[in-house]
Design a protein around this ligand. Structure first.
Ligand code: ATR
Length: 288
């Protein structure tokens, strides 16, 4: 199967060849990234094209090499290729290596560079948009896969009081404890035995929402008025967030994280950070 490019995000204000970008994934047609980058480009007065690139499951490296060989400047990478994206690159940032995955590729002087903007996107959304200060707070991360691994170091860098990683398979949570313990107060735990620490934030970093599965909210472990955050966005996050609201918690999906990681990507590619608040407002209005 050939890779298909398309999507609604193309913007062209000037004649001549435009800088080309795409979000690569499978499936990827539902991605909001083309729309987000089109809004950024308009706000910044930039001419660029940002489309979706549906990559065959067995041909990530060859598809991306062909994409860059044809003159593209950069790509965001989404499921299920984030680990392969890191392996493909000629060089990578420290945060991508710590996460063990990349959601960002850029072509610079003929070399593919990898980075990971997901953790920065989460921290920016929490601090700027949700006005949740991380410093001194008790944080519960549920899940120990790639999504969790990408956000633990950026969260620890903001000096929370504690960070517990709880996972269905406890050995994977303990692996992350080992991996990150030098960076801050992180502990691994079993999902079925979450300590009742009065957490201020619970982060759903499992794949349950993406796969339409249920994840029980550990309400007894949460502080009153705590924030429940699902890294998925839209309908898929619905069940987890509804349970949070029913338990009297604040609830937030990962739309703001998506927009903030996109802004971080845009800045890395183009040197200027676009404003995110109007984009978040516009997307929130669309789904209201
Ligand atoms: P991702 O890259 O999206 O994190 P992953 O590496 O496959 O995907 O990890 C999925 C995470 O979701 C894991 O932490 C997984 O728990 P296990 O390590 O025990 O498999 C978690 N997960 C998936 N389905 C789950 C469920 N129904 N209940 C609880 N945790 C679940």
């Amino acid at each position: 199967m050939a890779a298909a490019e398309g999507g609604p995000g193309a913007v062209n204000y000037h004649d001549g060849p435009m800088d080309r970008y795409a979000v690569a994934g499978n499936p990827v047609s539902h991605s909001l990234s083309p729309r987000i980058h089109a809004l950024f480009a308009r706000a910044m007065g930039d001419a660029l094209e940002y489309s979706t690139l549906e990559v065959p499951l067995d041909a990530f490296a060859s598809t991306m090499r062909a994409f860059f060989a044809a003159g593209a400047r950069g790509a965001n990478v989404t499921l299920p290729f984030k680990v392969e994206a890191l392996a493909l690159a000629h060089s990578s940032s420290e945060r991508a290596r710590v996460a063990g995955a990349a959601n960002f590729l850029a072509l610079r002087e003929g070399r593919i560079e990898a980075d990971n903007t997901d953790g920065a996107g989460l921290v920016a959304d929490l601090e700027r948009n949700a006005r949740f200060g991380i410093r001194g707070r008790r944080i519960l991360v549920i899940g120990a896969g790639g999504a969790a691994r990408g956000v633990i170091a950026p969260l620890l860098a903001r000096a929370p009081a504690s960070l517990v990683v709880a996972n269905r398979t406890p050995a994977r949570a303990r692996e992350l404890e080992e991996r990150f313990r030098a960076l801050g107060p992180v502990r691994g735990a079993e999902l079925a035995a979450i300590p009742r620490d009065g957490f201020d934030l619970v982060l759903n970093a499992t794949s349950t929402s993406v796969h339409g599965e249920a994840l029980e909210l550990p309400r007894a472990a949460m502080a009153r008025g705590a924030l429940a955050y699902d890294m998925a966005y839209g309908k898929s996050a619905g069940a987890f967030l509804a349970a949070a609201r029913a338990a009297g918690l604040e609830a937030r999906d990962g739309l703001g994280m998506l927009v903030e990681q996109a802004a971080e990507s845009f800045e890395l590619w183009r040197g200027r950070r676009p404003p995110t608040a109007p984009v978040l407002e516009e997307l929130a209005a669309l789904r209201a």
